[in-house]
Ligand binder design. Structure first.
Ligand code: NI
Length: 133
């Protein structure tokens, strides 16, 4: 059920907020506020080390010496946290791997950071959502 409440804001802050809404293509202020509130709770959960579900997306050069092996070894170290891995051969040199994870935020972030630090990894991005609601 949706509940209604009013918010008081300074003129210039409201102006900035409306620009923000336009740039993000939100339909209305309520939608944007809801999203911002959810995101701030998500950040808290991250800090509080709550259960999250998410993806780690990697782009890497598979010709890099021992990189493939290091990526596999790391994933075996986190086999309790990894739900599935999809590998796509993007081009002659590049591979893309999407790793679906479910665990404590800190663990997931640790895996993403370790993968990002490997030589030959061109891009590593982590996306998470709360697993509890
Ligand atoms: Ni490949």
């Amino acid at each position: 059920m949706l509940k209604r409440f009013s918010i008081s804001l300074e003129d210039d802050l409201l102006e900035k907020f409306d620009t923000f809404i336009r740039n993000r293509t939100y339909n209305n202020r309520s939608e944007a506020i809801r999203d911002l509130i959810r995101n701030s709770f998500l950040k808290d959960e991250w800090e509080a080390d709550m259960e999250v579900i998410g993806t780690i997306t990697l782009v890497y050069d598979h010709h890099q010496y021992q990189l493939q092996e290091k990526i596999t070894t790391l994933q075996h170290d986190f086999h309790h946290q990894i739900i599935s891995t999809t590998h796509i051969h993007v081009s002659h040199d590049n591979c893309l791997e999407v790793i679906i994870v479910r665990s404590k935020a800190k663990k997931v972030k640790g895996l993403a950071d370790s993968l990002a630090a490997l030589r030959g990894v061109k891009n590593c991005s982590l996306s998470i959502s709360s697993a509890n609601n």
